[in-house]
Design a binder for this molecule. Structure first.
Ligand code: F0G
Length: 415
């Protein structure tokens, strides 16, 4: 049984009105006494809980820390993350024939992906815990963000990457920000198994999305989408379509909505339908949603051009699956060619994204074609990473270059 009920008594373990609760058995844990990632009793996932949940009136300022009242700390290790644009995409909107389509482009964060929202919180918590080495497994973006925020916090960073399966821009970021980069003979899931064991042995502080503090920062994607949509369209979206890897964002968005419901700022039937998209070659969440299962079966073999979501064991599934269900959402798998088509469509509307991000638009297109999304819906697609993260994929999806001589007539001849 998963227990995602908020509210109730503040436990004795709370510090400043903040504590950790196991979503599997309800056990409560002090947030900053010891380093803890999972329930000490049953090994379930932990989530951060508060004695009070804010409403929209409580927020002020700009970016992730606008939402400090919804976060465990008042300030983070910050490089001005968040406050990303919510774009209109007129061509895509016309193509898919839906009332309103917008794109929340998380590629516009400091390191070019949504990960910064989690790291600004997580790296600050690490400081408070007094750890001296930060670590993650990564398909690329997490490692880039951790390297950057670790550098800012002047703390050692160790990243484990699946050898040969991480896009060039991401490795370059981790390298320049000074992370120790280890290339593992295995996929992302194997990397996470190894780094989780290192963390369990006390060798490093784990900043993958299994870390409950990171997901608190990622909740602010939801808060921004709701505020921006209300401001720009007068309404909250009916649906949020997002790429799924470890299902951290899916879990974080659902937590965002649950907290607003608990605060009385949102009715339960106003929660946007969480709609997850995976690549066909790495779709264990989709399988679980489609088969109505409570648990995800790990895929040992995964492959997709969208390397960011080349993941077979979505660790946050126990938090995310109930969110998909409770919000009336769904999940869908798309092919690599559908992902590339969507990447090109986004580019035509002026939005440059990496392949995994385009999965959201590919999913919208497919669900619309299959009649699972209605034409009167207001939809937000989440694009999670910037085009320049994966320059090879962008170049392959784009047009060819033409060699010309260095004179105007020669150029005009070719044109
Ligand atoms: N999109 C991009 C661009 C990502 O980098 C990731 C995850 C996701 C989507 C999936 O998000 O895990 O919340 O479902 N990247 C991780 C990494 C795994 O290591 O960079 P999720």
């Amino acid at each position: 049984m998963v227990d995602l009920e908020l509210g109730g008594e503040t436990p004795a373990e709370a510090t400043d009105g903040v504590w950790l609760a196991c979503v599997a058995c309800g056990e409560t844990v002090a947030p900053y006494d010891d380093v803890v990632y999972r329930c000490p009793d049953c090994d379930g996932l932990l989530e951060v809980r508060y004695d009070e949940y804010p409403t929209f009136d409580d927020f002020e300022g700009v970016g992730v820390w606008r939402y400090a009242d919804a976060l465990p700390l008042n300030e983070g290790v910050s490089i001005r993350e968040g406050n990303t644009p919510l774009y209109t995409v007129p061509e895509i909107e016309a193509d898919v024939d839906v009332a309103d389509v917008r794109v929340k482009h998380e590629g516009m964060n400091p390191t070019g992906a949504f990960k910064d929202r989690g790291m600004t919180v997580g790296v600050k918590v690490a400081e408070r815990l007094g750890v001296d080495r930060l670590a993650c497994a990564s398909t690329g973006n997490t490692s880039a963000a951790l390297a950057c925020y670790g550098a800012r916090a002047d703390t050692e960073v160790l990243v484990l990457l699946p050898a040969g399966k991480v896009a060039a821009g991401k490795v370059a970021q981790a390298a320049l920000h000074g992370a120790r980069i280890l290339e593992v003979e295995g996929n992302f899931d194997a990397c996470l198994d190894v780094v989780a064991e290192l963390a369990a042995r006390g060798e490093a502080y784990l900043l993958n999305s299994i870390n409950p503090f990171r997901l608190e920062g990622q909740k602010t994607i939801g808060l921004e989408i709701l505020e921006q949509s209300k401001r720009e369209t007068g309404e909250w979206p009916d649906r949020i379509v997002l790429p799924v890897g470890n299902a951290g964002n899916t879990a974080a968005l659902y937590k965002c909505f649950r907290e607003l419901v608990e605060a009385g700022a949102m009715a339960e039937d106003e929660m946007p339908a969480l709609t997850g998209v995976q690549a066909e070659g790495a779709a264990p969440m989709v399988e679980a949603v489609r088969e109505g299962r409570e648990e995800v079966r790990r895929w040992e073999e995964v492959e997709t051009r969208a390397t960011a979501i080349r993941i077979g064991n979505p660790v946050n599934a126990p938090k995310a699956l109930p969110g998909v269900r409770a919000t009336g959402g769904t999940a869908v798998a798309v092919s690599d060619d559908e992902i590339t088509d969507a990447q090109r469509a986004l580019a035509r509307d002026g939005v440059g994204v990496e392949p995994a991000s385009a999965a959201s638009v590919a999913g919208l297109t497919k669900l619309r074609r299959e009649g699972e999304i209605d034409d009167d819906e207001q939809v937000v697609c989440l694009t999670t990473g910037h085009l320049l993260k994966d320059p090879d994929a962008a170049a392959a999806a784009g047009g060819d270059t033409t060699p010309v001589p260095a004179d105007a007539d020669g150029v005009l001849d070719v044109l």
